[in-house]
Structure formats: C-alpha cells, structure tokens
Design a protein. Structure first.
Length: 157
C-alpha cells in the first residue's frame, strides 16, 4: 500500500479527489442502478418487477391498506402505484375493493398467491445481499452500513 507524506494511503487521496469531482455521486448512481437491475432479474423469477416487492412487503406488514396510504408510505406518485397495483392484480397477487369505511377509497390486499410470495421475496433479498456484499468482510460491511446511513440522512433532510 503506497502512503503519501501525510500518512494517507494512495486510495484515500484518490477517494478525496474523486469526491471533489463528483465521482462518489456517480459511483452511488452506478451502484444503485446495478443493484436495481440485479434485483429486477431476481424478482422476474417470481413474476414481479422491481419495486413491486416493496409494495407487497408493506401489505405483508400491515395487512389490507388503502391505495392512498401505499402512495404515501412508498413515496411514489399515484400513477406509479396505480400501475403497480394493477399489474399485481392482473398477476393474481393482490385484490382491490372499495374500503367499507370510505366507499371512495380503494383497499389493496394480498391474495393467497401473493402471500405465497413472501418467503420467496425473503430469499431473493438474501441472495441480493450475498451478491452485493460478496468478498466484503464484516468490518467493511459495518462501515459501509454506517456510511450509507449517513448519506441517506444527508439526502432526506
């Protein structure tokens, strides 16, 4: 490992130079895209598209939920969630019905087929995690988790 006169490694200096030129943001964008593409490939095995598993996970956690609540919780626009729910319904994973408390609202609920996806989605997330972190030791994983949490805080304030 090459050290500079200040004791920093060459990689540390390169990382600082990259950060100064926007390379970290570019790297985050590339990693996020690659992660989403890989997730999409794994999800297609189950008949899902990227993002649909997040909606399903929300329904598994909460039970039937109003579509407007899903829009807020997933922080997506209404048309995106509507298309997502329509596709999931066409594939037999969810049903939509009027909310008995508010006939203007739509309740979304998982079906038996949707419930059957739950363990498969869990396995998919585990496989994605293993692929994502292959070759990364535990200490670096912990450090990465802290860094990503800090970045998320910075971007969501």
């Amino acid at each position: 490992m090459t050290r500079t006169p200040t004791g920093a490694t060459r990689g540390d200096v390169d990382a600082r130079q990259d950060a100064d030129s926007g390379q970290i943001s570019h790297a985050i964008a590339r990693v996020a895209r690659a992660h989403r593409v890989t997730a999409g490939q794994l999800l297609r095995r189950m008949g899902l598209y990227a993002g649909q598993e997040l909606l399903m996970m929300r329904l598994w956690e909460t039970g039937p939920q109003g579509q407007s609540g899903l829009i807020k919780e997933l922080d997506l626009d209404a048309s995106t969630v509507t298309r997502m729910v329509q596709r999931l319904e066409q594939n037999g994973f969810v049903t939509r019905c009027p909310d008995p408390k508010d006939r203007r609202a739509v309740l979304v609920a998982t079906t038996e087929a949707g419930e059957a996806l739950r363990p498969e989605v869990g396995k998919m997330w585990q496989e994605l995690e293993e692929r994502t972190l292959a070759g990364v030791d535990e200490e670096d994983r912990d450090h990465l988790a802290r860094l990503l949490a800090a970045i998320e805080r910075n971007l969501t304030v």
